[in-house]
Structure formats: C-alpha cells, structure tokens
Write a protein that binds this ligand. Structure first.
Ligand SMILES: N[C@@H](CCC(=O)N[C@@H](CS)C(=O)NCC(=O)O)C(=O)O
Length: 204
C-alpha cells in the first residue's frame, strides 16, 4: 500500500497526521511527486487520480483512492480505534459537520488565497488576485468564528479530538504562507492550536 504525495503540501499532511494518530504510518509506503514541477499533471498520474491532485492512495489490488478524507475514511474503517471520525451516529454527524466546515471555510479559502495571490500554479490555472484576497479575508473571518466556538468546546467537534481538528490545524499552519496568523485577540483558537499542534502526530 502506497501514498503518493508531496510532503510539504497541507492535504498530504492531514492524511499523514491521521495515520500517525492511528499508529499506522509504518504500514504505508510514501512516494513523492513534485507538484511545483507539475509531475502530477502527467497522464500517468491522472490515470491514478483524475483530478491530478495529491495525495492518492494506491492499493496493492491496483485500485486508487483520491481525496484526503476518502483516504482517511478507508483507514478509519479498517482500524476503527482510536476513532477519529466518531463512534455514535451523533458524534459521526458532528465530526462530519466540523470537518466539512474546516475544509470548505478554512482549508479551501487558504489554498485559493495562496494560488490566486502568488501565481504558484500559473502554469495550470488563471490566477485572479482579487478573488485570492477575498478568500484570505473569508479564511480570517472563519478563524474568528472558530475562536468564538472554541470558547465553549475543547476541540472543534466537542470533547474528542477528530479529523476536523487535523484539517483545521493543517489549514491554519498553511495559512502562514499567505501571512494569515492567529490574531492576539483569539485566545480560544490559540489555546486549541497549542493543544493540537503539540500532539506528536502534528510532526508526521
Ligand atoms: N480535495 C482534495 C484536494 C487536494 C489538493 O488540492 N492537493 C493539492 C496539494 S495540497 C495539489 O495536489 N495541488 C497540485 C495542483 O493543483 O496541481 C483532497 O482533499 O485531497
């Protein structure tokens, strides 16, 4: 079983962190592709993942699983403990809710801010700087909302660390490349960040 990734990329990091939390990092081999050089745009890579994005999980059976959350779900089903996607129906729904919020309101706008303001991928897309700047503002606004939420919640989805925290941590860390940082006013987000970034899996 092999994960094809780019180690520095935030979506690759969240899968590695998920695996580290489950103690599964040694079960998987990692192969690097250079997305800056466009290695992921080859037809050979597209045959593994039609979106051409990393990461992708290559199973020994010859099948491929793209999308970070789908890869995590596969490992959660194979190794349910420790549960990172919830156990009870309510917990699973709450974690899914926060995972999607972290993905769509933080990871995605941070990524779009990076791509549209830096032109990093201008060989494969048309950067629209004004859109990128707006995405940066949207990401900051969501971080303020998260701060308010975390005033009453230990982790994003309640008392249990979950995949939602992994997605949010990877997004917050990646946000530094576009100079978005946790503001001094956001004490609850800072408390959460210290707690989650201090987990050994954060270094995976
Ligand atoms: N929804 C996908 C997003 C993956 C994604 O955007 N990966 C980025 C790196 S973090 C990538 O492959 N970028 C290369 C490119 O856009 O060509 C997932 O969750 O896996």
């Amino acid at each position: 079983m092999k994960i094809i990734e780019t180690k520095s990329a935030p979506n690759a990091r969240r899968v590695r962190m998920f695996l580290a939390e489950k103690g599964l990092l040694d079960e998987v081999q990692f192969e690097q592709v250079d997305i800056a050089a466009g290695e992921n745009l080859s037809e050979a890579y597209r045959a593994k993942n039609l979106t051409t994005k990393i990461p992708v999980l290559a199973l020994d059976s010859g099948e491929f699983i793209g999308e970070s959350v789908a890869i995590c779900r596969y490992f959660e089903a194979l190794h349910p403990s420790p549960a990172l996607m919830g156990e009870t129906p309510l917990e699973q729904a709450q974690i899914e809710m926060w995972q999607r919020r972290a993905e769509f309101h933080l990871m995605l706008p941070v990524g779009m801010c990076f791509q549209h303001t830096t032109g990093y991928f201008k060989d494969r897309m048309v950067p629209v700087p004004a859109y990128g700047e707006q995405c940066g503002k949207d990401a900051r606004a969501f971080m303020a909302q998260l701060d308010a939420h975390l005033a009453g919640s230990e982790f994003l989805a309640g008392p249990r660390f979950s995949i939602a925290d992994i997605t949010a941590l990877c997004a917050v860390d990646f946000a530094r490349v576009v100079k978005i940082r946790i503001s001094d006013e956001w004490a609850h987000l800072a408390r959460w960040y210290k707690q989650v970034a201090g987990r050994p899996s954060a270094a995976a």
